[in-house]
Design a protein around this ligand. Structure first.
Ligand code: BGC
Length: 471
């Protein structure tokens, strides 16, 4: 028996694949590679807490901890018509949000595709495209006839160094975006310039991270909301921090006790100190457009999970432990094994794993698969998915302990396809929190799905910004 097999595999003890000894041994090895033990979780939380403190103390830290400039929390009594733009997920969304008071709201929205050419071309072209989308949305709604400027909340879900509620320079691109001429520039000024050139009467009143938007939107319904989290194409979190703890704040005195802070937690452990990276993760990182950046995000979010699983499958194929050693042109392509396929495979409860067979044979054109092959693929997805949920729990745990919310409890507003659709993700996150803080945490902390919350959040923030004294 190999040395690693004699070690205790705590998180993954069930390996109910049939198959040869070599296959079983490989599955056990992979399980061990992806394991995050309770002890690992504790180490990660400890490091996370130190990094949160560092980010609050000084500019330029790995976990950036960016103050959002949003003053106060929404009350639900806000009224008025506002626009919201959402760039940074799968699509560009333009929304018209009608705040009606009494926590009531109507939202009308339209989605637009952002092509890969736009994502990696000139920033000016991307801004012009966004302006065209806003223009066509307004024309269709008849809102273009208004005399006064429309106020817009711009959800721009990338690391932005904010210097005011409506000012911020892009620090770097993430999630496959890589436009030229944007890093170090103020993205609000660039987009406002495109609006001006197209004669759009729209004023960008606020730039908002999607996590902050999600937090605000949920606060509109549930005053116990303390954190906004995205577990989707990318991952990140925001929470309310006491002003006195934001030691690096250097924008003058303000009269609020707390402010939402955009953590930019996707960059956690870029230094590779506490999270064990497998060869499959390193391959993904090396081949990504931002190698050595956003390491935590790459192990958790929807853009990357499928690719990590694909790397594992190819490795098994090359050792003739899977699909009789045969891959397909499709499976050989980078990004071809989508995280959505993993969701289907993990949810597959058929006896012969026929949904898995469909993904592998019909979508990915693997010539034939055996039941054992399909069981192995399912296991691989489980290892990658469970690790993602446990690592997410470490981030949540760090914020909960940092803010003394373990006893007091709170609501965590979460949006994103991984949270919403990946089987057992929420349960696995909660299991991680229980290991960290004990079973009672389940009664204290509530996960609340905040679907598409950032549009509403951005509109509420635009309203607050428009009416508040400027910092
Ligand atoms: C970005 C964050 C964003 C997150 C979720 C990350 O790649 O850096 O700003 O909140 O994705 O969309």
């Amino acid at each position: 028996m190999s040395a690693w097999l004699s070690r205790k595999v705590s998180a993954f003890t069930i390996h109910d694949v049939d198959g040869s000894e070599a296959q079983k041994e490989a599955v056990n090895y992979i399980a061990k590679e992806f394991e995050v033990s309770t002890e690992n979780l504790r180490t990660i939380v400890k490091q996370f807490n130190e990094d949160i403190d560092k980010g609050l103390q000084r500019h330029g830290a790995t976990v950036a901890m960016i103050p959002s400039f949003v003053q106060g929390r929404p009350t639900g009594q806000e009224k008025g018509k506002y626009l919201a733009l959402d760039l940074g997920g799968t699509n560009l969304r333009v929304c018209e949000v009608n705040l009606l008071g009494d926590s009531k709201v109507t939202i009308h929205q339209q989605k637009f595709v952002v092509s890969n050419e736009l994502k990696t071309g000139e920033m000016r072209h991307l801004c012009d495209y966004i302006a065209d989308c806003v223009d066509s949305f307004l024309t269709e709604n008849g809102s273009d006839k208004l005399d006064s400027d429309l106020q817009l909340g711009f959800t721009f879900s990338f690391p932005v160094n904010q210097t005011a509620i409506n000012r911020g320079t892009l620090m770097q691109w993430t999630k496959g975006f890589d436009c030229h001429g944007a890093i170090g520039k103020d993205v609000v000024i660039m987009l406002q310039d495109s609006f001006r050139r197209k004669n759009l009467n729209v004023n960008i009143a606020a730039i908002v991270n999607d996590t902050v938007g999600t937090l605000m939107a949920n606060g509109y319904r549930d005053p116990k909301s303390h954190m906004g989290v995205i577990l989707g194409t990318g991952t990140n979190a925001a929470y309310y921090e006491k002003m006195e703890k934001i030691l690096k704040w250097d924008h003058g005195e303000i009269n609020v006790p707390e402010m939402a802070v955009n953590m930019e937690w996707g960059a956690f452990d870029n230094e590779r100190r506490v999270i064990h990276l497998t060869p499959y993760d390193n391959k993904l990182d090396r081949e990504s457009i931002n190698p050595r950046f956003q390491i935590y995000e790459k192990l958790i979010s929807g853009m990357y999970l499928g690719e990590i699983a694909r790397n594992v499958l190819l490795h098994l194929i090359d050792r003739t432990l899977l699909f009789n050693g045969l891959s397909s042109i499709d499976l050989n392509k980078q990004w071809s094994f989508e995280t959505a396929y993993m969701s289907t495979i993990e949810a597959d409860a058929t006896q012969d794993l026929s949904d898995t067979q469909h993904v592998l044979e019909s979508i990915l054109a693997i010539p034939t698969t055996t039941l054992i092959d399909r069981q192995i693929v399912k296991k691989v997805c489980e290892f990658v998915g469970v690790r993602a949920a446990r690592l997410s729990a470490a981030g949540l745990g760090a914020v909960l302990s940092h803010c003394n919310k373990v006893e007091e409890g709170c609501t965590i507003a979460i949006d994103g396809s991984v949270f919403e659709f990946y089987p057992n993700f929420a349960d696995n996150m909660m299991a991680g929190l229980k290991e960290l803080f004990g079973d009672q945490i389940e009664n204290k902390v509530k996960f609340s799905l905040a679907r598409d919350g950032s549009g509403l959040g951005a509109a509420v923030i635009a309203m607050m910004a428009h009416n508040a004294p400027k910092i």
